[in-house]
Design a binder for this molecule. Structure first.
Ligand code: ADP
Length: 250
C-alpha cells in the first residue's frame, strides 16, 4: 500500500531520516520501533505531508504522493493522528469529532433557505456519525464533556475517533500508549484491532510499550539513526543483532 524508497530528511547538517526504505502492506498493523532519536516521528511526518523530504519517494497504491500536503493525503484516506490542540479543549468531545470533515458545507450555502436546511441535515448526520464513532470506541460517556477535561487515554481514543469521521484507509499513530493507564491502553489496542478487522483500516503505530506492540503488531519495523534496521515479527526483531546493538548503544 505504502512504499517508502530511500527517504532522507535533513535538518541542516543533521540526517534525521537517512535513506529509509520500507513497505507497508494493506490490512496490516505495522509497528515502528527504535531508540529515541531514531527518526520515527520525522519519517511519519514526511509520509503524512507535514514535512517535505530532502529526497526520496513515497507512493500509495502505486501513486507518487511525495510531498503532498496533509489535506490532500487526508482525502486519499491517509491520516496521521494529532493531539487535540489546546484551543479545541473547550469544545465538547462530540463537537471535536464533528469538526473533522470540515469545509464541506460551503459558506455560500448559508445564503439560501435550502442551504440552511442542508446544513441542518448535514449537522444531524455529523452528530449521528460522531455518536456512532464514540459508541464504537466505548467513550459515549464523554460525548458532552469538554475535550480539555478528559483523561489522557480518553483523549487518545478521541484522536483515533477523528480518523473514523472520514473514510480512512491508512492511519499513522504516534505513541498512543504514552502516559495512558493499562486498562485504557488495552481499550485502545482493542479499538485498533477492531478497526483493522471490521473496517479494513491499515495502521502504522509508533510505540515504546513492547506488550502493546506484541498484542497488536505484525510486522514490526525497527529504525535506528534514520535507517530501517530490520523488519519481521517482534520475536525476530528482538533476536536481531543489529537491533540489540542499536538499543544497547542508547
Ligand atoms: P524518534 O521519533 O525516533 O524519537 P525523531 O524523528 O523525533 O525521532 O527525531 C530524530 C532526530 O531528529 C532527533 O535527534 C531530533 O532531535 C531531530 N529532529 C527532529 N525534528 C527536528 C527539527 N525540526 N529540527 C532539528 N532536528 C530535529
Amino acid at each position: 500500500m505504502i512504499v517508502v524508497d530511500d527517504l532522507h530528511k535533513h535538518f541542516g547538517g543533521f540526517h534525521a531520516v537517512d535513506g529509509a526504505s520500507l513497505e507497508i502492506a494493506e490490512g496490516t498493523i505495522t509497528g515502528l520501533i527504535g531508540p529515541n532519536g531514531a527518526g520515527k516521528t520525522t519519517l511519519f511526518n514526511v509520509i503524512a505531508g507535514v514535512l517535505d523530504p530532502t529526497s526520496g519517494r513515497v507512493t500509495m497504491d502505486g501513486e507518487d504522493i511525495t510531498g503532498l500536503p496533509p489535506h490532500t493525503l487526508f482525502h486519499k484516506g491517509l491520516l496521521r493522528t494529532f493531539q487535540i490542540a489546546h484551543e479545541f479543549g473547550s469544545m465538547t468531545c462530540r463537537e471535536n469529532l464533528m469538526m473533522v470533515p470540515g469545509g464541506q458545507s460551503g459558506e455560500t450555502l448559508w445564503n439560501t433557505w435550502f442551504g440552511r436546511r442542508r446544513i441542518a441535515d448535514e449537522e444531524r448526520a455529523l452528530r449521528a456519525k460522531a455518536d456512532e464513532v464514540m459508541e464504537f470506541l466505548t467513550i459515549e460517556q464523554i460525548a458532552d464533556l469538554k475535550a480539555g477535561q478528559v483523561s489522557g487515554g480518553q483523549k487518545k481514543l478521541l484522536e483515533l475517533g477523528r480518523t473514523m469521521m472520514v473514510d480512512a484507509k491508512i492511519v499513522f499513530l504516534d505513541e498512543v500508549g504514552a502516559g495512558v493507564n493499562r486498562t485504557l491502553l488495552y481499550t485502545i489496542a482493542d479499538a485498533i484491532k477492531r478497526l483493522n478487522e471490521e473496517r479494513g483500516y491499515t495502521f502504522v503505530v509508533i510505540e515504546h510499550d513492547m506488550e502493546f506492540i506484541d498484542r497488536l503488531c505484525d510486522p514490526v519495523i525497527c529504525m535506528a539513526e534514520g535507517k530501517v534496521l530490520a523488519q519481521g515479527t517482534l520475536d525476530e526483531i528482538k533476536a536481531n543483532e543489529q537491533v540489540i546493538e542499536a538499543y544497547l548503544g542508547t
